[in-house]
Design a protein around this ligand. Structure first.
Ligand SMILES: Cc1cc2nc3c(=O)[nH]c(=O)nc-3n(C[C@H](O)[C@H](O)[C@H](O)COP(=O)(O)OP(=O)(O)OC[C@H]3O[C@@H](n4cnc5c(N)ncnc54)[C@H](O)[C@@H]3O)c2cc1C
Ligand code: FES
Length: 257
């Protein structure tokens, strides 16, 4: 059932990323997403970057709808369905978070929930450049150790965030890795963890329409990402040939992932 909620706050996080807050008492867990409808425009899936009664979505410009969402002012009415999908299990004690770009939007509330339970969090936080590092201050404020990496070297290590994973695993003891970002990035995280015994959990994005497991838009091998995910243990993704290679577009055609 879609609810209509007014936007209660708007924060510019990076030059391309904005957080919109709205009040919604429906319970939600870190990892879940909502279908967000902008009256007069499209409905798109967005992870919840804040999961309390004051919820939030953190939106990066990808195309017309996300650009429209970014321009929305407080007081504007949005349609919200959900929350849908599964959530991160908060059972590990010490987690390495590996976030690429807007992937930090779904990982920050999960890390916050783990910290609230007494868990420990280290974050490898990647972006193209320093100004695009998302939620660096939020991770630091929750008491996580943050290791930034930027493609151009403008902050932290120069290069891909995945290059931090091997050295961090070699010098720290982790019960799990949580990762979200481009699939090629998550594949590199899985490869870096191979043989270490540290399980990897990925948050996956696929084209979505219904969010309810009915339309097949989000098919990924034998799974519907909207109901079987979006949070998947890496060993389930290992058996899915299209992970990191292809995905379906709006028309259901298979395109490079
Ligand atoms: C479970 C889930 C959680 C997501 N969480 C976030 C988030 O927290 N922050 C964020 O910035 N983005 C998130 N996305 C991606 C976001 O939904 C797309 O970037 C957005 O739909 C782009 O729409 P557009 O019209 O602006 O761009 P378009 O130009 O229409 O599309 C640009 C790209 O966005 C993707 N996309 C477009 N429509 C959809 C759709 N209905 N379903 C899935 N992907 C689509 C496609 O890869 C497409 O190539 C999430 C996607 C999923 C599936
Ligand atoms: S979005 Fe329709 S089945 Fe997943």
């Amino acid at each position: 059932m879609r609810r209509i909620v007014p936007v209660s706050g708007r924060t510019v996080e990076t030059p391309t990323t904005v957080t919109l807050r709205f009040e919604d008492a429906r319970p939600a867990a870190p990892g879940q997403f909502v279908m967000l409808w902008i009256p007069g425009d499209d409905e798109i899936p967005m992870s919840l970057s804040y999961v309390g009664s004051s919820k939030g979505v953190t939106v990066k410009v990808m195309g017309p709808t996300s650009r429209h969402i970014q321009e929305i002012a407080p007081g504007t009415l949005l349609g919200v369905r959900g929350p849908y999908g599964n959530a991160f299990e908060l059972t590990p004690h010490r987690v390495l978070v590996v976030a690429g770009g807007s992937g930090a939007a779904v990982l920050a509330p999960a890390a916050e929930a783990l910290r609230a339970r007494g868990g420990e969090v280290e974050v490898a936080l990647g972006a193209t450049r320093a100004s695009e590092l998302l939620f660096e201050g939020r991770f630091a404020a929750m008491g996580a150790t943050v290791h930034p990496a930027t493609d151009d070297g403008s902050r932290g290590a120069r290069g891909f965030v995945t290059e931090l994973v091997g050295p961090l695993l070699a010098r720290g003891r982790f019960d799990a890795i949580w990762t979200c970002g481009p699939e090629v990035m998550m594949q590199k995280v899985i490869a870096a963890a191979q043989g270490t015994g540290v399980p990897v959990v990925c948050s996956v994005e696929r084209w979505m329409k219904c969010g309810l497991g009915l339309c097949d838009a989000c098919a990924l091998g034998p799974y519907h990402v909207c109901v079987d995910g979006p949070v998947f243990p890496a060993e389930r993704l290992g058996a899915v040939p299209e992970f990191g290679r292809t995905k379906h577009d709006a028309a259901g055609r298979r395109v490079p992932g």
